[in-house]
Design a protein around this ligand. Structure first.
Ligand code: SF4
Ligand code: SF4
Length: 173
């Protein structure tokens, strides 16, 4: 598609990053779990090393297109299927009134302005969700739920970013 638009794609590669998508889905271990800190750091260290290699390749002007073979295309198709399954979860977002501390972060960081806050403080999810799971992962008290079962945040761990210093982008005040 990008070729048709006149872009010269000369390099593609991929990095394996920590899973940030741990939807409540049964059987329980169907989805890869969000890694704990040690495992996350190991995954990030490997990714960083590969990223350095990618940068060196690009600086050398190397031409390399990865992922266009049969395996790559199959993996891509499978990934899109996974997103399609996840799509069904968009209508299952809610906020636990017991847990929520009304910081408003979910509202400020939703990239599609899908969350509104009513006068009484209730959080309402619209129909523009793109399933980025920022609100679910980054609510400081894990009050955003996808299905009621995700109130168990030990079982359904949230991905809090690559380090303790990580702060999400906020789009509105
Ligand atoms: S980010 Fe969490 S605690 Fe803050 S308002 Fe949203 S749901 Fe409530
Ligand atoms: S998952 Fe992403 S797009 Fe959907 S409501 Fe949460 S922050 Fe917004």
């Amino acid at each position: 598609m990008m070729d048709k638009k006149g872009y010269d794609i000369f390099y593609t590669n991929h990095l394996i990053m920590p899973t940030n998508f741990n939807l409540p889905y049964e059987p329980e271990n169907y989805w890869k779990r969000v890694p704990l800190e040690d495992e996350r750091n190991k995954i990030l260290a490997v990714a960083e090393k590969k990223l350095q290699m990618i940068c060196e390749d690009i600086l050398k002007g190397e031409r390399k297109i990865d992922g266009t073979g049969v395996v790559g295309r199959l993996a891509g198709a499978l990934q899109r299927k996974t997103y399609w399954i996840g799509n069904g979860y968009k209508s299952h977002f809610s906020v636990s009134k017991e847990k929520c501390v009304n910081c408003g972060l979910c509202y400020r960081m939703c990239p599609s302005a899908n969350i509104s806050i009513k006068e009484d403080g209730e959080k309402v999810f619209g129909d523009k969700c793109m399933l980025c799971v920022k609100c679910y992962n980054l609510c400081p008290v894990n009050a955003v739920l996808i299905c009621e079962v995700s109130i168990d945040d030990k079982k359904y761990r949230r991905y809090k970013g690559p380090s303790k210093e990580f702060r999400p982008v906020e789009y509105r005040k």
